[in-house]
Design a protein around this ligand. Structure first.
Ligand SMILES: NC(=O)c1ccc[n+]([C@@H]2O[C@H](COP(=O)([O-])OP(=O)(O)OC[C@H]3O[C@@H](n4cnc5c(N)ncnc54)[C@H](OP(=O)(O)O)[C@@H]3O)[C@@H](O)[C@H]2O)c1
Length: 293
């Protein structure tokens, strides 16, 4: 059984990204990423810190815009508008979910599609669905890179994706089913009948549900490749912080049965951040006419 380490792969990606960021900076274009967070949810703060730190490590300019949880829709929209027009910013993302009084859909649509490094804008999602993506959504892109760089063949394989969110399961299922990837894809959700039987048929099983250790050994075909997207905080009084992190897969039970598996933490998560920075470079190329918009 092979451990698919996102930490190791993301580190080698960072080297590639750094080379490109340094070359662009040498031409007078320092790539810039702006991250907006509203409120002080601890998990969000951790993700944002990690994005900003990694961006700086690869030589990008990054700005973390923190708004209070009481910020109004107008204030948030004014900030997005300012960042859309800022020439030194090539990528803009707003950390979701937003507090309930704010309209996240409007913000997603307001971000300039050429700076939409999360690839949430309907225009970019449309291009993705047509097989002509400009940006790739970060988590699905990270999973595709993990599969590719660990030499896992996807063509013709039955891939079962558990979870149909617009940021993970649905775009991943679209990408994997397209020409080039050529997987046979089954997309499951909370209303799927016979989910356990479907999961058991998977050559490649992707768990993106947000349900701690949902996938147990009996749901996995011997020799399957298992990709665990979940990041869950589970109360644990013996842990230093009072909680432990776990995925959507029961790693201890499933790993001995799988041919390859991603750990949590250290699997999909670091790859998601690497892909965000790759998208920031795509943003630079689009905005400077170095790639076709
Ligand atoms: N590692 C990373 O970089 C990364 C990035 C993004 C997300 N994540 C993690 O990945 C997980 C999923 O995130 P998300 O944003 O995609 O979640 P989400 O928006 O909450 O969507 C969860 C999906 O799982 C389905 N689901 C939930 N419980 C189920 C059950 N018992 N049986 C079958 N389907 C079920 C839901 O079905 P319905 O549609 O029917 O409700 C929904 O489609 C979370 O743990 C999140 O923290 C990690």
């Amino acid at each position: 059984m092979k451990i698919l380490s996102g930490t190791a792969l993301a580190a080698s990606f960072e080297e590639e990204l750094k080379r490109e960021a340094v070359a662009l900076t040498g031409q007078g274009i320092r790539p810039g990423l702006a991250v907006i967070q509203v409120g002080e949810e601890p998990a969000t703060q951790t993700y944002v810190r990690s994005k900003v730190k990694t961006a700086e490590r690869v030589g990008m300019h990054s700005v973390d815009h923190k708004l209070p949880a009481t910020a109004s829709q107008a204030e948030l929209e004014a900030l997005v508008d300012r960042l859309n027009r800022a020439p030194h910013i090539n990528g803009v993302l707003c950390q979701m979910p937003l507090p309930p009084h704010l309209d996240g859909g409007r913000i997603t649509r307001l971000i300039d599609p050429l700076k939409d490094v999360d690839c949430f804008h309907p225009y970019n999602m449309g291009l993705l669905a047509l097989g002509e993506p400009r940006f790739l959504p970060c988590t699905p892109a990270g999973i595709l890179e993990l599969l590719t760089r660990y030499g896992i063949a996807v063509g013709g394989k039955h891939t079962v994706v558990l979870g149909r969110s617009n940021i993970v399961g649905r775009p991943l299922s679209i990408l994997l089913s397209q020409k080039g990837w050529d997987a046979t894809v089954t997309l499951c959700h909370s209303r799927s009948d016979g989910l356990v039987e479907l999961a058991r048929q998977a050559d490649i099983l992707v768990a993106a549900l947000g349900q701690p250790e949902f996938v147990r050994a009996e749901m996995v075909k011997p020799g399957a490749v298992v990709i665990d997207v979940g990041v869950n905080r589970v109360a644990d009084p013996t842990a230093k912080r009072g909680y432990r992190l776990c995925g959507d897969v029961d790693f201890a039970g499933v790993a001995p049965k799988a041919s390859a598996i991603t750990p949590v933490p250290g699997g999909v998560g670091p790859m998601t951040i690497a892909m965000l920075l790759r998208n920031t470079l795509v943003g630079v190329r689009l905005q400077h006419g170095l790639a076709e918009a």
